[in-house]
Design a protein around this ligand. Sequence first.
Ligand code: NAD
Length: 413
Amino acid sequence: MTNRLGVGIVGSGFIAEFHTRAFRGVRDADVVAVSGRTPETVRRVCDLARELRVGDPTGYGDVRELVRDPAVEAVWITTPNHVRVETVRAIVEEVQAGRAELRGIAIEKPLGRTVAEATEVLEMVEGAGLLHGYLENQVFAPGVTRAHELAWDRGAAIAGPPYLARCAEEHSGPHRSWFWQGEKQGGGVLNDMMCHSVEAGRFLLTPPGTAKSDWLTPVSVDATIACLKWSRPAYADQLVERYGPEVDYRRAPSEDYARATVTYRNGEGHEVVVEGTTSWSYVGAGLRLTFELLGPEYAMAVNSLDTEAKVFLSREISGGRGEDLVEKQNAEGGLMPVLPDEAGAYGYTEENRHMVTRFLDGAQPSESLHDGLLVTRLLMGAYLSAQEGRRIDLASTDLSSFVPDVAKGAWRG
Ligand SMILES: NC(=O)c1ccc[n+]([C@@H]2O[C@H](COP(=O)([O-])OP(=O)(O)OC[C@H]3O[C@@H](n4cnc5c(N)ncnc54)[C@H](O)[C@@H]3O)[C@@H](O)[C@H]2O)c1
């Protein structure tokens, strides 16, 4: 076994670039291949990898060609949600036919658009005997992991385990057309971003070093969804101008606001709660991630916009639009937060380091596709709750064939 891992990135869009930047902080892996639908974006990610000296990747137009490259020992799947199942199927077929040899597969959130899709992905990957990681970056974000460790080591060790986690992810809307389309993406902001918040909350409520599923038993979920901003006529028209008639929020909106409350029974038998709030209708400086953990005599809090660096630009300065200060930036003037290393702060660097180390060691990552499947179950329970206006008992509700109205294009807000 070599002590470096050759990584192939499948997909060449927004998150593929973030992962490429994150590999700067991973000493024992190289980005050796990138595949994507459009040669220009594949070239851009390959050039970025060379510029950052994280590899000298070969570009491919087809995922099957990428996995046949003997330099590729593990793949990071970053294709859109609606091609997740077919992407994984192609890879697994190559492995099972003996045309590709992989140590592991890491898959971006959400694992599937439904429980059925997420289950199929997990079964295909395990059927091929591959190690697997679920790419939920927020549970690797250094601010979150360090404050989590301190809250448990200093607070919970003396006063008892925490009982409430509050997590939110908010910005002003996604960057590509397919995210806005319920049928392609699998829903709206609940599917897109609540996957982060529920998993971050589950992580926070679990003692460091313990498997989340050993400590927390899911009990129920209760949720609300709404389209607060983007179905207003002027904003719906903006979406059509930006993305064309397939994003029509006057006719078929997706939710741009969601809140969910998930209750668990913890390892001591107590009820504990995760509150998640996500929105595409938040307008602040840019992407805002917040995390809180509350216990009997202690609390921790993280806010990604409370940055150590800020810039102030007076009204005399009218700069062009950019995302150079913070992801999903909404302004170029006034007092603005600056995140100098977003890939690090949001957790991608530590996430990639963890996956690479585990794959090299022949061990299963701590965040696996089993976690991804549970998250999908929680999200589907949340959609069912929002649709039916009732709390969903997770032990007795069969969600295996449930498809949310938003994902069918049948939700009207
Ligand atoms: N962890 C996070 O914070 C985070 C952030 C953004 C996106 N994501 C996830 O990553 C995935 C990709 O999101 P993104 O923002 O990079 O999307 P994107 O549209 O920017 O990029 C997707 C890439 O996949 C490829 N692709 C597109 N359509 C395809 C098709 N039909 N068949 C094959 N390949 C295709 C293309 O190379 C494209 O560049 C999604 O599942 C999304 O949920 C995660």
